[in-house]
Design a protein around this ligand. Structure first.
Ligand code: ADP
Ligand code: MG
Length: 352
């Protein structure tokens, strides 16, 4: 069942366009991560789904009901949308205890209101902090209260705006695991906004990449990794690049000219006369310098030991940037670098 659907949604703030023609749907129980740089429109999209912002054009449907459609002058306010929302800055009431912060998300006459709030705090592993005020909690604990508050009314849809970005990396990981487990357990659909690629790999069933108010790729994390739609997606999935590349053909073999060298590659989507190439360090292989066959003559500039693995940076004639591979050798070592053609991502030069 489709829980949330955005069709041709546009949003302008005065003269600033923030969203262009957004089409997006979220299935029941699905975890969708919306990723994009600062100012790309992530918060605007989430706030429009919540009803905290009205769209300029298009339509938003929640469950089976239209909740925003300016042309039909339809608008359902946030309180009637029955969804949970988690904010980056926690947005807790400072004068209320954690327990009361959570309980306020339940209607006043809910049976066992405080009991339910307490249970939710316990589920978030902060039951012992129920009587404290938010100011006396760590960031991670405050965000646990925020999540408990968002989930206590058992919404079928949870909206999260960069919920981990103010937290330390190890706390971030714990909360990611907890949110994922809780969403699975309760069948809650989640739309999480982030600029951190780790959220994509750790949480997403599907990913929407937002650039300047447009969705430029909507896919599974695996497809995003194997077929990044733009240089921006290639970079955040760990590719290096922006290397000038010219599509070419030698005999019946298609490929690209990178620096002064021809590398065979399939040329399915790269028809522009000038391209830029991206590829990942793990797909760069170094051969002995004396070996024959296609390969970029390279001289090792330096190596670094990063996150448990050696990375080698190579200087290649005709390329301004160094090429990185996963290995270690002595600076000054010579080699020929090869990159398997299907691991080279090519984009028209004007897309950069
Ligand atoms: P993100 O969350 O991806 O950083 P936002 O949705 O906050 O992006 O912002 C998208 C664009 O809309 C930006 O250009 C931003 O400056 C603009 N914008 C956001 N909120 C407002 C507002 N209340 N008034 C005017 N412009 C806004
Ligand atoms: Mg934002």
């Amino acid at each position: 069942m489709t829980l949330l659907r955005l069709e041709n949604v546009r949003k302008r703030y005065d003269q600033t366009p923030a969203l262009h023609d957004i089409g997006l749907h979220l299935e029941a129980g699905e975890f969708l991560v919306l990723i994009g740089g600062s100012g790309s429109g992530k918060t605007t999209l989430l706030r429009a789904a919540a009803g905290l912002e009205r769209v300029t054009a298009g339509r938003i449907t929640l469950r089976q009901d239209i909740v925003d459609d300016p042309q039909a002058t339809l608008f359902v306010p946030p309180a009637q949308r029955r969804l949970g929302m988690v904010f980056q800055d926690y947005a807790l009431w400072p004068h209320l205890s954690c327990l009361d912060n959570v309980a306020t998300a339940l209607p006043a006459r809910t049976p066992n209101r405080l009991n339910r709030a307490q249970k939710m705090l316990e589920r978030m592993q902060i039951g012992a902090l129920a009587q404290r005020r938010p100011a006396r909690l760590s960031g991670g604990q405050q965000q646990r209260v925020g999540i408990a508050r968002a989930l206590v009314a058992r919404p079928d849809l949870l909206l999260l705006d960069e919920p981990f970005s103010s937290l330390d990396p190890h706390i971030r990981d714990q909360l990611r695991n907890d949110i994922r487990a809780l969403a699975r357990e309760t069948g809650t659909a989640s739309l999480l906004v982030s600029h951190d690629p780790a959220d994509v790999w750790r949480l997403a069933d599907r990913v929407a990449v937002l650039e300047a108010g447009r969705i430029i790729q909507l896919a599974t994390p695996e497809t995003l990794f194997t077929r990044p739609a733009t240089p921006h997606v290639a970079r955040f999935s760990g590719a290096q690049g922006g290397f000038p590349a010219v599509p070419a053909q030698v005999g019946s073999t298609t490929g690209v000219r990178l620096g002064d060298v021809f590398l065979p590659a399939p040329l399915d989507h790269a028809c522009a006369p000038e391209c830029i190439a991206y590829f990942r360090p793990q797909d760069v292989l170094s051969q002995p310098a004396c070996s024959t066959g296609p390969g970029l003559p390279a001289i090792l500039d330096h190596c670094v030991f990063e996150a448990g693995a050696w990375l080698a940076y190579w200087r290649v004639a005709g390329l301004l940037s160094l090429i990185c591979s996963r290995e270690t050798q002595k600076p000054g070592a010579e080699a020929r670098l090869t990159i398997s053609g299907d691991k080279i991502f090519l984009y028209p030069r004007d897309k950069e």
